[in-house]
Structures are given as C-alpha cells and as structure tokens.
Write a protein that binds this ligand. Structure first.
Ligand SMILES: [Zn+2]
Length: 451
C-alpha cells in the first residue's frame, strides 16, 4: 500500500510521507536501525493503553529487554512523545515504579478540519486522542469559499488554542468518496463536489502540507488508535450523518480498496424504504437514513422550524419527545444496515456514529433489539455494537486521525521530519503532516496562510 501523500509547501507537488526518508536528503547519516521504530511504536502503544506505567510494565507488555525499554523511553521522552510523572501519579497496574511513564500530552497537538454539510469543524487533539479545542463554522458548500474560510480561520484558531504546543500537521477529512493518495474528493453528493483537488488547493492557499482523507476511513483509524484493543482486531465503522458510509478494518489496518472507495454503503438498499435517490433507485441508505432526510421529516412534522442540524442535535440532546421518537424510528432503518454488515463481515466490533445514539444512549436497547431481529448471524448485538468512543468530539478526532496515526505507528518520524529540508524551510512554526519543523515557533503560521 503506498504511503500517505501530502503536498510540499515549496512546490505544491505531492510528497508521499513514505518518500520522506528517516534521513538522507539533508546529508544526515541513517539512524541506528537496531533502535527500531517498531519497538518505539510498541512502547508508545503499551503506554497509551495502560499508562501511566513503570518501565518494568512496558518490558512485560512489549517483550523488550530492560535496556531496550530504557533506551526507547529515553528517546521518546526527548521527542516529546512520552514523559515521566511523579511516582504518586502512577496507577495500580504499574506495580511499584520508581518513575511512571505516560504519554506526553503537553508538547504536541494534531490539527484537523472536518468538512460536513453545512458545518466545518476545526479541531486540536493531543497524543491521547483527547480534544483540546474545537470550533464549528457554517459554510455555503462552495469549494472556493470553503478553502478561503479554512485558510483564514485556521491560523486564528491555532493562535487561540495551541498555546506553546507544537502543531504536528493538518488533516482534512470529508464524507463521500475521497482519494487520500492524491488529496482529491472524487465525489461528495450532498456538497455537489466531483474530482475536487482539495489537498493541492488547500496546500497552495495555506503553504502547508495537507493530508486529505475520507472521514469514514478516518473515523475507523481513530477507533483503532484510541478506541480499545477490540477495534484493532476487526472493526466495521458505520457513519450516519448527511452522508452514510462505512469503513472496514482488520488487524488494525483500514481496507481502502483499489479506488479508495471501500465501505461505500450509501446506495445499499434498506428493506422497506422507498425514498427516491439521486442515483435513480429508491430506498438507498443515504436517501432514506441521512440527517438530511431526517431533517426534512422533522420540518414536515412541525418538530423543527427549519432543517437546521444544530437545532435537531439540541432537541435530541434535550430529550424532546418528538425529536427523540424521530431518531428512534430512524434507528430501526439503521439497524437493518447494521444487520447486513454484521452478516457480511462478522467483525469483533461494529462502531456506529450517529446523532441518536450519540446524544440519547437510552435508545441503544431499541437498536440492539432491531439488529437482532434482522441479523441472521448475530442474536446478541450488545457486545458487538457500540457508539463512537469520542462522543461529541468525534469529528474533530477523525480529522486528526491521519496525523496521529503517523506518530503512533512510527514515533521516530517526529525526529526525521525535524530534519527534512522542505518542511524545515517551508512551514515556519507548523510541522509536516507527520513531523515537527525543527526550531519552530509553536502554533504560528506563515503569513501566506493568512491571505
Ligand atoms: Zn441510490
């Protein structure tokens, strides 16, 4: 599988992160391979899952020798990925540590932009996947206006919230069919976008390397990174918002497919549904179950004065009976899609990101009952199906997933990127997609980003 692609701020030519070497282009000698980026990732994973922990616990969890653990933790501490805590802060898993180790959440942040209809979300997320800040802005859906909105809004967002922490890079996610390798939105039906070169256009306006991804794939990446061990075994993620899409992952790897289109369930027929779909069929999942369809129903029935997703969210969160009943009925249709996915893929975990279960968890038993009624293989969905791990922050976390994934899978790229000439020279203050520009002023953007 090719490495994720970004764009060079100097040339706007795509730069695959796999092309950016551990070393070399700027004349540095290769690092000692025996120090092992796989070992670094394993140490970071152990601390992420169980921290704060003692070094002895990390050794037991990873199988590394005490000397190797000591070396890896020292390196990761120097990179600002791990940190030492006072002994009193150590948890019960750690035995009797002298100095517990935890993930460093104070040095780096990942930045992301999630583009939905009609809301844009800026997010800043720490290395534990916790949202530090998020802001939402309405947008018209016009691509040129949206790019200007991001180019102007992002530097100010970072100035308000990043403080002295270094920003690791910019992830951009949106719904529909996205080719992350070229940064192209191949098709986003609700926004009317086709073959929009979002990554290169944003890179040209901001002067930053940009990583664009399908939000379905990014949501699955986020669950794999921060959602617990079961998500790393086999996972299906189903998103129901203005778009309806899914992602499939096994052994911690999201299956993207030949055309980056894997998991497209927008036109899966929902048994019993008859709503006309722009594709010419009736009863497709997106036409029947999307937030847009739900909002139209809410307005038609006098539950909302206008089709405003924020109004619906507030009504559901406040438990207004008519709004809650509306999302409960939709869950009946969603359950049929979930049942089909469970029967096809039999995953260890299926995560559903959807307004109803996000803001009214009391609806979950109804969902489980409906899934059991429609699945041929899963009679007890409760242990398998659960809502997103990130609550209301889910879109912000998804937007940063590609950036955080790079760090967690290969923590030493922080060091490699710091010596990469393009990034070091081009993005004063903001690191590359998977790395930190050396000597940068945290959170500051180049003037070009403000145009
Ligand atoms: Zn359709």
């Amino acid at each position: 599988m090719p490495g994720p692609r970004t764009s060079s701020p100097a040339t706007n030519q795509p730069v695959a992160s796999s092309d950016i070497p551990d070393t070399g282009r700027d004349g540095h000698r290769p690092r000692d391979r025996s120090r092992g980026s796989g070992s670094a990732a394993a140490v970071l994973r152990a601390v992420l899952d169980h921290g704060p922990v003692a070094r002895s616990f990390i050794g037991a969890a990873t199988g590394l020798s005490p000397a190797a653990v000591s070396r890896q933790t020292a390196d990761l501490i120097s990179l600002g990925v791990l940190r030492e805590l006072p002994a009193a802060a150590c948890g019960p898993r750690a035995g009797r540590p002298s100095v517990p180790i935890d993930v460093d959440t104070d040095t780096h942040l990942a930045c992301g932009v999630h583009i939905a209809v009609p809301i844009l979300t800026f997010g800043l997320v720490d290395l534990r996947g916790r949202t530090v800040a998020r802001e939402e802005l309405p947008h018209s859906g016009d691509a040129a206006e949206l790019i200007t909105l991001i180019a102007r809004g992002l530097p100010r967002f970072l100035q308000r919230h990043a403080g002295r922490r270094r920003v690791l890079g910019l992830g951009v996610v949106t719904g529909g069919h996205v080719d992350g390798r070229t940064g192209t939105v191949v098709e986003h039906e609700p926004l009317g976008w086709r073959n929009l070169q979002l990554g290169p256009l944003l890179a040209a306006r901001t002067g930053l390397p940009v990583r664009v991804d399908s939000h379905a794939h990014a949501l699955a990446e986020a669950e794999i990174l921060f959602g617990g061990p079961r998500a790393r075994s086999s996972l299906v993620h189903l998103f129901v918002g203005n778009v309806v899409d899914a992602a499939i992952a096994t052994e911690g790897v999201v299956h993207r497919g030949l055309r980056s289109a894997a998991g497209g369930v927008a036109h899966l027929p929902v048994p019993g549904a008859r709503q006309p779909c722009p594709c010419g069929e009736r009863g497709c999942a997106q036409a029947s179950l999307s937030d847009r369809a739900l909002l139209a129903r809410a307005v038609e029935r006098g539950i909302l004065p206008r089709p405003d997703p924020m109004l619906l969210q507030q009504a559901v969160a406040a438990g207004e009976p008519a709004a809650v009943e509306l999302v409960r009925r939709r869950l009946g249709g969603i359950a049929k899609v979930v049942a089909t996915l469970l029967d096809m893929l039999d995953p260890e975990l299926l995560v559903l990101t959807e307004l109803g279960v996000l803001f009214q968890p009391a609806l979950l038993p109804d969902l489980f009952e409906e899934i059991a009624a429609h699945s041929r293989s899963c009679r007890d969905p409760e242990p398998v199906v659960r809502p997103s791990s990130f609550g209301a922050d889910v879109l912000a976390v998804a937007a940063t997933a590609a950036v955080l994934n790079s760090v967690h899978r290969s923590p030493r790229t922080l060091d490699a990127f710091s010596r990469h000439p393009v990034l070091a020279a081009g993005a004063a203050g903001v690191a590359g997609v998977a790395g930190v520009a050396g000597g940068a002023v945290p959170g500051r953007f180049p003037e070009a980003a403000l145009k």
